[in-house]
Design a protein around this ligand. Structure first.
Ligand code: GDP
Length: 227
């Protein structure tokens, strides 16, 4: 997919403030410093696009970017910062939980994971949560240029194995690097395919904020690209 236009649309503090839209949404989320802003800038080839999310006060907002006029890239606040009283509570804010759980036009979640790290409990809990809510998601292992391809393959495999212990989801996997542009065309190709598959899917149904059934077919193929 060629990126012809990429524009910041709006920031929303909660689900109710999210824009009414029928465009399919692809949401990016990960722990702070995982490389989310860098990846968004790489995908859109706009070096400053995701900067807005780093502005003071914006890091806890849901940021919407309109791409090519026909889909929306959603930059979700990172998880892992919230202090939680009970251990079984997931460490992301209510806005993110509501968005992920209820946004009708959410097409796929891109769960970003640092390729250099051993499986992190917080990341595993997050993908488990996605799986348990039947949300379509893929894994994106970032910063693969920082180590050998074999090391990245090993950590990705260990993550998949750890994940298999708590969820049946077998998400597609991407490996990315902003320095080598690894994974860029694969992710954009994946989004393009998803857009083609779901053409007109939401056109007749105005955006609703209620729970919806999603087909979840994006999670069906275990496949690794890039790296
Ligand atoms: P965010 O907090 O998840 O938005 O993370 P950033 O995009 O701000 O990235 C955090 C740091 O990692 C920055 O110093 C980036 O330059 C660096 N970084 C992000 N992605 C990559 C990558 O693919 N390769 C390398 N070498 N550095 C990266």
């Amino acid at each position: 997919m060629k990126i012809k236009s990429a524009q910041f649309a709006v920031s929303a503090p909660d689900l109710a403030s999210c824009p009414r839209s029928v465009l399919p949404e692809f949401a990016f989320i990960g722990r702070s410093n995982v490389g989310k802003s860098s990846l968004i800038n790489l995908l859109t080839e706009k070096p400053d696009l995701a900067k807005v999310s780093d502005l003071p006060g914006k890091t806890r907002l849901i940021n919407f970017f309109t791409i090519n006029g026909n889909w929306t890239l959603v930059d979700l606040p990172g998880y892992g910062y919230a202090k939680v009283a009970r251990e079984d509570r997931l460490e992301f804010n209510t806005a993110v939980r509501d968005y992920l759980g209820q946004r009708a036009n959410l097409r796929c979640v891109f769960a970003l994971i640092d390729s250099r790290l051993e499986p992190q409990a917080m990341d595993l809990r997050f993908v488990h949560w996605l799986g348990s809510h039947s949300l379509p998601f893929v894994l994106v292992f970032t910063k693969v240029d920082k180590q050998s391809a074999q090391s990245s393959r090993n950590t990705m495999e260990r993550f998949r194995q750890a994940m298999a212990q708590s969820t049946d989801a077998r998400p597609r996997t991407f490996a990315t690097s902003i320095t080598t542009k690894t994974g860029r065309s694969e992710i954009l190709g994946f989004i393009e395919q998803s857009l083609a598959k779901g053409k007109n899917k939401f056109v007749l149904a105005p955006m609703m904020n209620g729970p919806v059934r999603r087909t979840g077919d994006e999670t069906a193929t275990p496949e690794e690209t890039g790296g």
